[in-house]
Design a binder for this molecule. Sequence first.
Ligand code: SF4
Length: 334
Amino acid sequence: MNSENAMDAEAAWSPDAPCFLCPRACGAVRSRRPGRCGGGAAMRVALIQQHHGEEPVLSGPALGPRGSGTIFFSGCALGCVYCQNHDISIEPAGTAGSAESPHRIERDGWDGLRGLGREIGVDDLTAAMFELQLSGAYNINLVTAGHYAPLVRQALLLAREHGLTLPVVWNSSSYETVETLRLLDGLVDIYLPDLRYLDATAAARYSGAPDYPRVATYAICEMRRQVGDLVVDESTGLAKSGIIVRVLALPGDMGRADLALDWIADTLGTDTAVSLMGQYYPAYRAAEFPEINRGVTDGEYGKLFDHFEELGFTLGFAQAVGSSENGTPDFRQK
Ligand code: SF4
């Protein structure tokens, strides 16, 4: 662990100082106003529950009714126009999920809190992890927590000190800086990053982040450095440590998922665990982008799967086309 860098970064972050935690580097003083991510001074979470829709090595469907102990954080540094979790990630906090929700905001024209959620302190987050452990969850799955990373780090340190034994999963868009990821070195067991685009035009059009390909590939290399390839407990079939890279198929392959697979094969190697995501369905503002305003076809997904096999990957997870629309949690249920 590069503890010096991690401590520097932790010490450098305060809600009373300009925030540069993520690649947006918006410089918001979060005690005064939320940043581009919609995160304020305190952490906010939308939902804490056992979740059954992750990869089998995380959700353990063959083991029974228990699942991945998932903590969904409010807000997001990336903010994609097709986000299926837009209620908790992008929409203004006061309107998200309500019947009056506009389901559309100008992405750069809102400087309030984003997403459904409630404030949670470091101690409370640690307690939530223990509650999930006591409930029999297979892991602690932190979803889109990067904009709270220094606070999450404190909660993880406390949890480890007091006996948290479950593997910790960092479930992210990969739109994260290496410096921030180093805060988590030694505290996260399993990284579950997306690799959404290796095409800057698509990254700009759908996520307002033309730098995404560079940022995400650096981030994934850092994640891999920290945890290595996926290790699965043979007796349970559950992941113990390592990285699983999620590659999202967009309609018409607008994100060039084939290039993402090429990059993984060339840079990380074909022993890398890859999850081919066929779950896309048009959500949030996708209707404004006609080329992605439909699901992924079986043919499009099949072509990507063929490419995955041609490259010689040895470990992968396939998610059936359109399988997630009914599996997206209802964030209005507490
Ligand atoms: S984490 Fe949020 S507040 Fe900090 S730089 Fe990124 S967008 Fe701005």
